[in-house]
Ligand binder design. Structure first.
Ligand SMILES: [Zn+2]
Length: 297
C-alpha cells in the first residue's frame, strides 16, 4: 500500500500533470458555455465565434483595438496617495493593492490613459482595467480620469472613456465617493473646451462609475451584452419584489430605453469611433453625412 501511494501515485501524477494543458489555453464562453481555444478568441478580438459574446478584455488590448493601427502613447499618471484610511477587512488593503500591482506593474491602478489617433483625429482614451480590483474607482482612478481630461484639453483632442468597473473602491471609503464629482468636473472641462466626450460602456459598468462620468457622454456607446446599471439586478429584484424584464440592464435594453445611443460590436469599434469623432469635430462633414447615426434616427 505504501509503495503504491508513496511511489507509484506521485509518478503517475507527475506524468499526467506534465501533459495537462495550461489552464489558460481553453476558456469557457460565459454566453454559450462552449470551450474556446485561446488563439481563436484572440484572433477574434475576444468575441465568441459561436454566440457573439463579448468577453472582458484588458485595458492594454482595449487601447490596441481602439487606436488607428494599434498605435498609442501611454502617459504616466500622477502618483496618488495609497491606502489613506489604512483599511483592513479580511486582508489589508495595502496587500490587495500590492498583489494587483504585481500583475499590472508597480504604481499601476484601475485606469490607464493613452493618446493617439482614431480615424486620423487626435484622441485621448482612458480605459478601465477590470482585472485590477474589479476596476474599482479610488483616488488613483479619479486622478487618471482628471489627467486624461486635462490632456484632451491640452491637445485639443476628443476624450473617450471606457469604463469596466464594479463602482467606487470601498477600501477608500468616502474618498472614493469624492471621485464621482471630481470626474464629473473633469469631463466638464472637456465639454467647456468644445471637445467631444464619448463613453463606451463595457461589461460591467456599475455603482459609482455609472452614477458619474460614465453617464455624461455627448455620445454613449456600449458593447453588446454589457451590463450597465447602478445596483445589481438581484438587489433590485429583492427590493421591489418584482421579476425584472428580460435583458434588464443590458446594453441592448438600454438602447431601447434611451440611455445608450448605439451598441457597437468590437470589430466595428474603431471605425465607429472614428466616424463619430469626425462628425463632431468637422461640422462640414456632419452636414454632408446627414444624421449622426442611422441606426438611432
Ligand atoms: Zn459563446
Amino acid at each position: 500500500m505504501n509503495w503504491l501511494t508513496n511511489f507509484v501515485l506521485p509518478k503517475i501524477r507527475g506524468v499526467v500533470a506534465k501533459k495537462a494543458a495550461p489552464e489558460n489555453l481553453w476558456q469557457k464562453c460565459p454566453g454559450c458555455e462552449q470551450m474556446l481555444f485561446y488563439r481563436e478568441i484572440e484572433a477574434n478580438l475576444n468575441v465568441c465565434r459561436n454566440c457573439g459574446h463579448h468577453l472582458r478584455i484588458s485595458a492594454e488590448l482595449r487601447l490596441k483595438i481602439t487606436f488607428d493601427d494599434g498605435a498609442f502613447t501611454r502617459i504616466e499618471l500622477p502618483k496618488a496617495i495609497t491606502d489613506p484610511l489604512r483599511f483592513r477587512d479580511r486582508r489589508r488593503y495595502a496587500d490587495r493593492l500590492r498583489e494587483s500591482q504585481a500583475m499590472f506593474g508597480s504604481g499601476a491602478d484601475a485606469v490607464v490613459v493613452a493618446h493617439g489617433r482614431i480615424g486620423h483625429f487626435p484622441c485621448v482614451v482612458a480605459a478601465f482595467e477590470f482585472g485590477f480590483m474589479g476596476g474599482s474607482m479610488g483616488i488613483a482612478a479619479g486622478e487618471a480620469v482628471l489627467a486624461a481630461a486635462k490632456l484632451a484639453v491640452l491637445q485639443e483632442a476628443a476624450l473617450i472613456v471606457v469604463p469596466a468597473s464594479g463602482g467606487a473602491r470601498m477600501q477608500e471609503g468616502a474618498l472614493s465617493l469624492m471621485q464621482m464629482p471630481r470626474t464629473v468636473i473633469a469631463v466638464d472641462m472637456v465639454k467647456d473646451a468644445g471637445l467631444p466626450y464619448i463613453v463606451l460602456l463595457t461589461d460591467p459598468t456599475t455603482g459609482g462609475v455609472s452614477a458619474s462620468f460614465a453617464m455624461l457622454g455627448d455620445i454613449t456607446l456600449a458593447e453588446p451584452g454589457a451590463v450597465v446599471g447602478f445596483a445589481g439586478a438581484r438587489v433590485i429584484e429583492e427590493t421591489i419584489h418584482e421579476k425584472l424584464p428580460d435583458g434588464f440592464q443590458r446594453a441592448e435594453y438600454l438602447v431601447d430605453h434611451g440611455m445608450v445611443d448605439l451598441v457597437v460590436p468590437r470589430a466595428e469599434l474603431r471605425d465607429t469611433l472614428g466616424r463619430i469623432v469626425g462628425l463632431l469635430r468637422d461640422p462640414a462633414q456632419s452636414q454632408a453625412a446627414g444624421p449622426l447615426m442611422q441606426e438611432v434616427s
